[in-house]
Design a protein around this ligand. Structure first.
Ligand SMILES: *[C@@H]1O[C@H](CO)[C@@H](O)[C@H](O)[C@H]1NC(C)=O
Ligand SMILES: *[C@@H]1O[C@H](CO)[C@@H](O)[C@H](O)[C@H]1NC(C)=O
Ligand SMILES: *[C@@H]1O[C@H](CO)[C@@H](O)[C@H](O)[C@H]1NC(C)=O
Ligand SMILES: *[C@@H]1O[C@H](CO)[C@@H](O)[C@H](O)[C@H]1NC(C)=O
Ligand SMILES: *[C@@H]1O[C@H](CO)[C@@H](O)[C@H](O)[C@H]1NC(C)=O
Ligand SMILES: *[C@@H]1O[C@H](CO)[C@@H](O)[C@H](O)[C@H]1NC(C)=O
Length: 450
């Protein structure tokens, strides 16, 4: 560092400290614990003694709930005036799978008959494998308070039907679906409100909704909702049977220990989530729901939980960085290797951190080139490429180097890179270049440039 930067030294040190702090914070190891049975959904308190989270739970700290009052914030509206407050807080949306990393969900507060009153608040959630942590919003009003409930550990690892990134549309099929609307199988995802949920064409008992989980799971629970409709519609499945298989052919009906077909009964209506733990977990890849009793129409939205992932947290099937909540997209057109020369030069010195995950997308191309690209590609000087192989196996991770091509040297400078194959795209953990002008460039596929 030359002396003319000395006056900046204190600023640089503060910036460096901030950067370290951001990197070392992990909400799964650094959170505050709340053990408060008065938050339980079954605690009905005289509202005269209502409590409030304003100023107590803030966005400064992640929290984990423990103890007899419950360990998760409920997904169904609590009864009015429960949880030691006037307005009891619950989450409208899925708790994430481990692989989804940190997600944001709508936080609702029930006030009398209004199940989701007040301004819309959001809460961040992360699944830490055997527990959840939450980052509450900063409340501006009283009496709002988060509720908790006890949830069997089996429900802590959803397979991910609620996310189209985990279970793609082509893995959701059905015997039939109602036309003229968003009723097809792909809308049969728990918590999905982009469509109406799955509705078969006719109301008869031969209809089914099937999910292909992509590989075998040890399924220990199912969760269901009815269709996604407003209050005046009263159409939902009230009972169903499950058929499962590993090969999409030799299906077995789910039975209890005495060899009797199990019929699952739903008490929830359209939006309430019904959870059923399987007394006997089954290994399955294809699972079919056969509605057996209905209220007007056999609509469903579904999810499964897997017993296997919980005991195997570190090797969750889909790595966290493959989730859109964990990577940032690099999609600028001028990041594409042959972008037309502009009057300015670009550089990646302004990446926010050292070692964040990035996905090349859109006009920037779909990957980095695994060969030396021309200097001054992607409107910079030193053009970045990967000096090594990309991972060829699904979800494989490789550590390699990026080279920057400048002058007559294909590798005038290099920087470590990790690359994850996310089965359909790559994500790259990229270091911020310390100086300009170095930039990571995109290409499309392997053979665009020779
Ligand atoms: C709901 O499901 C549809 C169909 O798969 C999907 O296009 C949509 O993105 C889903 N909504 C959310 C919020 O995931
Ligand atoms: C039941 O479904 C079959 C085809 O899946 C259809 O042909 C038949 O009309 C349906 N019955 C009723 C009563 O809707
Ligand atoms: C860059 O390459 C693409 C094909 O990959 C081509 O369509 C485009 O015209 C090229 N742009 C320039 C500025 O050469
Ligand atoms: C810094 O990043 C922003 C957006 O991420 C981009 O628009 C800008 O051009 C970048 N600056 C340089 C010098 O590359
Ligand atoms: C990742 O792995 C899959 C499965 O082995 C392979 O087919 C694919 O070409 C690899 N690359 C990407 C971008 O998914
Ligand atoms: C690529 O990396 C290898 C070491 O892994 C190095 O020997 C080689 O010189 C690099 N390629 C270029 C063009 O610098």
């Amino acid at each position: 560092m030359t002396s003319r930067f000395l006056p900046l030294l204190p600023v640089l040190i503060v910036l460096a400290l901030l950067a370290t702090r951001v990197q070392s914070t992990d909400e799964c190891t650094s959170y505050s614990t709340i053990n408060d049975p008065t938050r339980s959904v079954s605690n009905e308190k005289n509202s005269e003694f209502a409590l409030c989270d304003k100023g107590i739970l803030t966005s400064e700290s992640w929290v984990r709930f423990t103890g007899s009052g419950g360990t998760v914030i409920p997904n169904n509206p609590p009864q009015a005036h429960h949880c030691g407050t006037k307005s009891s807080g619950w989450i409208r949306g899925a708790h994430p799978a481990v692989a989804e990393g940190v997600v944001q969900r709508e936080l609702c507060y029930r006030y009398n008959e209004n199940e989701c009153g007040f301004d819309s608040y959001e809460i961040s959630i992360r699944n830490c494998g055997s527990f959840f942590v939450y980052k509450p919003p900063d409340l501006t009003e009283c009496y709002l308070r988060l509720c908790t409930e006890i949830l069997d550990e089996c429900f802590f690892e959803p397979v991910g039907v609620s996310s189209p990134f985990v279970i793609p549309d082509n893995q959701m099929t059905a015997s039939s679906y109602r036309e003229n609307g968003k009723y097809s199988a792909k809308y049969g995802r728990l918590f999905n409100v982009s469509g109406n949920g799955w509705f078969p064409k006719n109301r008869n008992k031969t209809d089914w909704l099937q999910v292909d989980l992509g590989k075998e799971f040890q399924v220990c629970a199912v969760a269901t909702q009815g269709g996604n409709y407003g209050k005046k519609h009263k159409e939902w499945t009230t009972a169903f049977k499950l058929l499962y298989s590993s090969d999409d052919k030799n299906r077995q009906t789910y039975q209890d220990g005495n060899g009797v077909d199990v019929e699952f009964y739903r008490v929830g209506k359209n939006h309430e989530v019904d959870r059923h733990k399987l007394s006997r977990p089954v290994v399955a890849r294809y699972i079919r729901f056969y509605p057996t009793k209905i209220r007007e129409w056999d609509s469903l939205r579904v999810e499964f939980s897997s017993a296997t992932i919980i005991s195997n947290f570190k090797s969750a099937s889909i790595p966290a960085e493959c989730s859109p909540s964990q990577y940032q997209e690099l999609n600028e057109a001028d990041r594409y290797w042959n972008a037309s020369v502009k009057s300015y030069l670009a550089c990646d010195k302004n990446f926010s951190t050292h070692g964040a995950w990035y996905r090349f997308a859109g006009a920037a191309g779909s990957m980095m080139a695994p060969y030396c690209i021309p200097k001054q590609s992607c409107i910079t000087h030193g053009a970045g490429w990967i000096n090594g192989s990309h991972p060829s196996e699904a979800y494989q991770l490789v550590s390699t180097n990026a080279c920057f091509h400048w002058g007559s040297n294909c590798c005038v400078k290099s920087s470590p890179v990790q690359i994850r194959n996310c089965s359909g795209y790559y994500v790259y953990k990229l270091q911020k270049p310390e100086t300009c002008y170095y930039r990571y460039c995109g290409v499309n596929g392997l053979y665009v440039y020779v």
